[in-house]
Design a protein around this ligand. Structure first.
Ligand code: DC
Length: 335
């Protein structure tokens, strides 16, 4: 069992603000620690005396935390303490190292236990980003966000609704009524469209091409980047994509850019696809890789490009473990 700490400040002492802040804090803690509802044993809140309009425990229950014990109490009044602050301790049945979460003004409370490790990994299709990012997230026990999955989900939503992935207006309208979200189950990312798990469905060659096309649209990028930053701002994480170091997390402490020749990348993708039962010729995969490269590099908004402060790793002659080891060694030397 682990004890996980967190805190958030509320903008105003109103039931709406308290409900919103408690939900944000608990959902973030749950996601950051990859917890399922059944792993959460109890949630204990304390709040400063200037919070009088709503019980945090009640807000927690309303936010969907119904299968654990919830409790709230009021803290003593201490001179100079942070105002309108809700603190929480979660007891959870997990083996992972706890990731404590301090949001808004509460971020300054425990810098010692809430230091954030942000790692950005960018590169073209087939450069090995996702395998490497997964190894790194396991090594440091931090969250892994596969941002490509979110663009893939946008493309799938378009396909389901018969919408042309290049039609900015229609895609924008669709996005307004479609919720693309990411959750974690047993430490693995689950990508959802309107609450439905589409993690497997988005892994087809057709969706790869459509994701590349839809990701060029301003409305799509703005919305996806907003969600990605929100996830990243809450704690340590490794993100992979095309624009993480340049656009999503320009201040990330650690940035890497993976590359390999189109032929090597096509060979890797061919093998991955075979394992999934997708049969394609080498030439077809190579063509798709080249087409995606040019689409991703030549688009106007946040094109695929190495950030000036990213470490470039040419992976042609390396396997994923070797690439991950070199990144882990680099970070450990600097930390
Ligand atoms: O990494 P992937 O193959 O799953 O990504 C699918 C497409 O999504 C990719 O061709 C371009 C787009 N993408 C992007 O534009 N920005 C990101 N951060 C991640 C992916």
């Amino acid at each position: 069992m682990k004890a996980i700490r967190g805190a958030i400040t509320v903008d105003a002492d109103s039931p709406e603000e308290i409900r919103k802040s408690v939900k944000e804090l608990l959902d973030t803690l749950k996601n950051r620690n990859c917890l399922t509802d059944s792993q959460i044993i109890c949630i204990m809140f304390s709040n400063t005396q200037d919070i009088r309009s709503y019980y945090p425990a009640k807000a927690g229950r309303e936010a969907g935390y119904v299968s654990c014990a919830l409790y709230s109490s009021v803290e003593p009044e201490i001179d100079g303490s942070l105002e309108k602050c809700i603190r929480v301790m979660i007891l959870a049945d997990t083996d992972r190292l706890p990731e404590h979460v301090y949001l808004k003004d509460a971020q300054n409370l425990r810098r010692d236990i809430s230091h954030k490790l942000n790692i950005a990994i960018d590169g073209p299709a087939g450069s090995g980003k996702s395998t490497v990012a997964k190894i790194i997230s396991e090594k440091f026990d931090i969250l892994y966000l596969d941002t490509g999955a979110m663009y893939r989900a946008c493309a799938l939503a378009c396909l389901h609704n018969g919408i042309d992935v290049k039609n900015q207006t229609a895609v924008g309208e669709l996005l307004k009524k479609t919720e693309i979200s990411v959750e974690y189950r047993d430490g693995l990312q689950v990508t959802k469209i309107n609450g439905k798990d589409v993690s497997a469905e988005i892994r087809t060659p057709e969706i790869s091409m459509s994701a590349s096309a839809v990701s060029a649209l301003k409305c799509v990028r703005e919305e996806m980047v907003r969600i990605q930053r929100k996830i990243a701002e809450t704690g340590s994480c490794v993100l992979d994509g095309r624009d993480i170091g340049t656009n999503v997390l320009p201040d990330a402490e650690y940035k890497f850019f993976l590359t390999a020749s189109p032929e090597v990348r096509a060979e890797r993708r061919l093998k991955e696809n075979r394992l999934k039962g997708i049969e394609q010729s080498f030439e077809a995969v190579l063509n798709e890789i080249k087409q995606r490269d040019s689409q991703d590099m030549e688009r106007t908004i946040a094109p695929l490009v190495k950030a000036s402060d990213a470490v470039e790793i040419i992976t042609d002659a390396m396997n994923a473990e070797e690439v991950a080891d070199s990144i882990i060694n680099y970070i450990q030397r600097k930390i």
